[in-house]
Design a protein around this ligand. Sequence first.
Ligand SMILES: C[S@@+](CC[C@H](N)C(=O)[O-])C[C@H]1O[C@@H](n2cnc3c(N)ncnc32)[C@H](O)[C@@H]1O
Length: 289
Amino acid sequence: MLSTSANWCLGTLKAYCGADDDFDELVVSNDDVVLRNIAEDLRNRLPIEAMFTSEHQAVQKIHQHPLPMIHVDAFLYDDDVVDSLCEEGKMSRSYCTECGSYKTASLEFISHSFSLMELKFLYHHVLPDLTGKVVVDVGSRLGAVLFAGYLYSSASQLYGVEMNADFCQLQEMMVTKYEFIDRIKVVHADICTQPSLLQKADVVVMNNVFEYFLDRQEQARAWEFIACNVRKRGSLLVTVPSLEESLSKLQVNIQLSQWAEEVQLNYDVYMEKDVDREALEQIHLYKIL
Ligand SMILES: C[S@@+](CC[C@H](N)C(=O)[O-])C[C@H]1O[C@@H](n2cnc3c(N)ncnc32)[C@H](O)[C@@H]1O
């Protein structure tokens, strides 16, 4: 169902140069290389858990979790990088359940960003052609959704709204360094102060935005604000997890069936090896009614 900037450009280029599949591969993987470079760049500027001390609430929530859990940012650390870090003794996939013994259990990993695989699925298989469209990533953190949108789509503007100043600075640095300034804008703000941005968006992306960062009352208020302002008929809303799951834990006054309709996704369409289907199935797409 989709057509991305890479595909659209290729279509154009092929018409002129008669390029074949090898060329197609080359162009697509070039974008992947840029995205990987950005991830490496960010890894070098962040502590290994990729969190700032300014994120008190998120740090506290992770510590309150009943079982040991570590934060491994999936955009920065893919499985191969995690394996290398484990070999170097800098990271572990398991923890000792009884000090001194060989009894160990698997650690729960939590990521605050989409992985490269999820980003490619999003722009290549979830969203339609975004030529001339406005994308808003609510809680843009490292900027992964924005950078991938720049490389993998023809969206005319990609806005990231992030309430944490440290992450905004980091995103700005990457936008300047990689010369994304013509189409990416980072807004340092609470999303609840940005009604007009949400009202003009053609696509709104919400990847686990509030759960770890706001208390329940704040989450309910933020969702009600989103439901009031993401209203453009036919616009798209991408969420992780599903709207039903996020809202079921909160006391909110939102008539879901009158606001948005879920669009069924084909999770089998993504044929790359090592695909994490469970992660892809967390991605949901809705059309605003
Ligand atoms: C899980 S991260 C999402 C990262 C990114 N969108 C991605 O998919 O890779 C959620 C981010 O939302 C931010 N956030 C939470 N509540 C927010 C709010 N009310 N306004 C703006 N940003 C918010 C947090 O600071 C955090 O960086």
